[in-house]
Design a protein around this ligand. Structure first.
Ligand SMILES: Cc1ncc(COP(=O)(O)O)c(C=O)c1O
Length: 464
C-alpha cells in the first residue's frame, strides 16, 4: 500500500503499514519434524500485534455508519493488543480512546496504551463477565454515559473475523502458494481463527484448522460438548475465555488443543532464543500445539502457525528468569548452575570460606554467623579442602584438636567444582553423591558455592 511520488516509496500514515506480515520458517524448535512449519509473524504490525488489523476495520465502519463522529471517543474492553490497534487509529484520526483491562495484564501493556494517548481503567480479573465490576460491564457503562462514543466490541463485532477473512487468510494463502494444509492459532475472541478458517476452507476445503486454548479456558470443552464449563485462572494473556464470544465461528474449526502456561512460556522463550522471534506467551501456546500437530505429518505437509504479539510486552513476566523461577515455570533440564546460583538467597555473600591457616575457632565462628554447616578451605593458590561443622565439633569434644589449631589439621577433601554453564543435572548428581557442596567456577575463578541445602530448597520451592 506504499505510495510512490518521484520514486519515493512511503506509507501515507502508519495505518497503511498494517498487515502483509511475513511467513518465517521455524528451524530449531521443530527439530526432528518432517513437515514445514511456517510462522505468520504478526509482531511486524506497527502496534506489535495481530489486533492492528481489526482496529482499523471496526473504526472505519463506525465512521461510515455514523456511529462515530469527529471528536468522538473509542471505548473497548481489551486484554491490551486490541487497545493498541484502536489507539493507533484514534491517534491518526483524532479520536479519544478509553480502555478497560483485566488487572492481570502486564504493566507494559498499560503503559503502552497510555503512551499512545489513551485512558486505561483496570478492572478485577477474578469476577464473572456479567458482574458490574468486570471489564466488559465497565466498558459498556462508559459508552452509555459518554456522548459520541462507540464500543468497538471485538467480542461481538463481526468485522473482527471479517478483517482476518479479508487480510490474514488471503496473505497466508498467497504466501504459501495455496500449499497450506494446517492452520494453527489461539482463540481469544476467535476472530483470527474464524476469519482465516473461513477463507482457507473456501479456497481448499481439506485445510485443517486447529484452535489452541489455554488450560483453564472454557472454549475447548464448549467446542466438543457445547457445554459451558467453569473457567480457572491461568497466566497466558490474550487467549482463552470464560464466556463464548459472538465472533467465534466454531464451524470453521476442526480440532482444539489445550496447552498449559508452562509449555506456552517455555516455548515462547525458546522462540526468542533459538529462532530470534521475540513473541508473547500465546505465540508459545500456538507453536507448542503446531509442533504436536506437525509431529504426525510427512514432509510434503505445510503447517502455518500464527504468532499474535511481541514478547517486548512481557519482559517483566515470562521473559524474565526471576519471574519464571517465582512462578515455578522452569524446566529443570534447561537450567544451568548459573541459574541455581542466581536463585540463592542474596542475604549471604556468594562465597564464604576459610584460609588454610585460619583456626578451628574462626571456622566455627564463620559457620555460626553465616548459618552454614561447611566451608571450603583456600590454600595459597588453590582450594585445598573443606571443613564440616559436625566433624569439627566432634574433634573438639573428643579433645582431638584445640580451637587455636589451624583448619588444615581437620580438613577433608576439596569440594568438586562445576562451571557456570554446567547443567542442573550435573549439580544434582554431585550433591546426591555425598558431596556436601560444589564450588562454581567462571573460568579458573571460583565465584560461588552450591550446597545440598541450596539445591533442596530450589527443588522444593521453584520446581514442581
Ligand atoms: C496476545 C494475543 N494472542 C491471541 C489472541 C487471540 O486472537 P483472537 O481474539 O482473534 O482470537 C489475542 C487476542 O486478544 C491476543 O491479544
Amino acid at each position: 500500500m506504499a505510495n510512490s511520488t518521484n520514486d519515493m516509496r512511503y506509507a501515507k500514515n502508519v495505518l497503511e503499514t498494517i498487515g502483509n506480515t511475513p511467513l518465517v520458517k521455524l528451524n530449531k524448535v521443530t527439530e526432528g519434524i518432517k513437515a514445514t512449519v511456517l510462522a505468520k509473524v504478526e509482531t511486524f504490525n506497527p502496534g506489535g500485534s495481530v489486533k492492528d488489523r481489526i482496529g482499523v476495520k471496526m473504526i472505519e465502519d463506525a465512521i461510515r455508519t455514523g456511529k462515530l463522529n469527529p471528536g468522538g471517543t473509542i471505548v473497548e474492553n481489551t486484554s491490551g493488543n486490541t487497545g493498541v490497534g484502536l489507539a493507533l487509529v484514534a491517534a491518526i484520526m483524532g479520536f479519544k480512546a478509553i480502555f478497560t483491562m483485566p488487572d492481570k495484564m502486564s504493566k507494559e501493556k498499560i503503559r503502552l496504551l497510555k503512551s499512545l494517548g489513551s485512558e486505561v481503567i483496570t478492572c478485577p480479573t477474578a469476577v464473572p463477565p456479567d458482574s458490574p465490576e468486570s471489564y466488559y460491564s465497565i466498558a459498556k457503562r462508559i459508552v452509555e454515559t459518554t456522548p459520541n462514543s462507540v464500543l468497538a466490541n471485538q467480542y461481538f463485532n463481526d468485522l473482527n473475523p471479517q478483517a482476518h477473512y479479508e487480510t490474514t487468510g488471503p496473505e497466508i494463502w498467497e504466501a504459501t502458494a495455496g500449499r497450506v494444509d494446517y492452520f494453527v492459532g489461539g482463540l481469544g475472541t476467535g476472530g483470527t481463527i474464524s476469519g482465516v478458517g473461513r477463507f482457507l476452507k473456501e479456497k481448499k476445503p481439506e485445510v485443517k484448522i486447529i484452535g489452541v486454548d489455554p488450560e483453564g479456558s472454557i472454549l475447548k470443552e464448549y467446542f466438543y460438548t457445547e457445554k459451558i464449563g467453569e473457567a480457572h485462572p491461568y497466566l497466558v494473556e490474550g487467549i482463552g475465555e470464560d464466556m463464548i464470544p459472538g465472533t467465534c465461528h466454531f464451524q470453521y474449526i476442526d480440532e482444539m488443543i489445550t496447552v498449559g502456561d508452562k509449555e506456552s512460556f517455555r516455548m515462547a522463550r525458546r522462540l526468542s532464543r533459538e529462532e530470534g522471534l521475540i513473541v508473547g506467551g500465546s505465540s508459545g501456546s500456538a507453536v507448542h500445539a503446531a509442533i504436536e500437530v506437525a509431529k504426525t505429518l510427512d514432509d510434503d505437509k505445510v503447517v502455518v502457525v500464527l504468532l499474535p504479539d511481541t514478547g517486548e510486552r512481557y519482559l517483566s513476566k515470562f521473559h524474565s528468569d526471576e519471574w519464571m523461577r517465582e512462578n515455578r515455570m522452569f524446566d529443570a533440564k534447561l537450567l544451568t548452575v548459573a541459574d541455581l546460583l542466581k536463585a540463592k538467597s542474596s542475604a549471604l555473600p556468594p562465597l564464604v570460606f576459610v584460609k588454610v591457616d585460619d583456626t578451628i575457632h574462626t571456622a566455627l565462628d564463620f559457620m555460626k554467623s553465616y548459618n552454614v554447616s561447611q566451608l571450603p578451605v583456600r590454600g595459597e593458590r588453590d582450594w585445598v579442602g573443606h571443613v564440616a561443622e559436625g566433624n569439627l565439633m566432634d574433634l573438639v569434644l573428643a579433645s582431638k584438636i584445640a580451637g587455636d589449631e589451624p583448619v588444615e589439621k581437620a580438613m577433608g577433601n576439596p569440594f568438586p567444582s562445576l562451571a557456570l554453564d554446567a547443567h542442573y543435572a550435573d549439580a544434582l548428581k554431585l550433591l546426591a553423591e555425598k558431596n556436601p557442596a560444589v564450588l562454581v567456577k567462571d573460568g579458573d575463578a571460583v565465584v560461588g558455592i552450591l550446597t545440598k541445602y541450596d539445591l533442596v530448597e530450589f527443588m522444593l520451592t521453584k520446581l514442581d
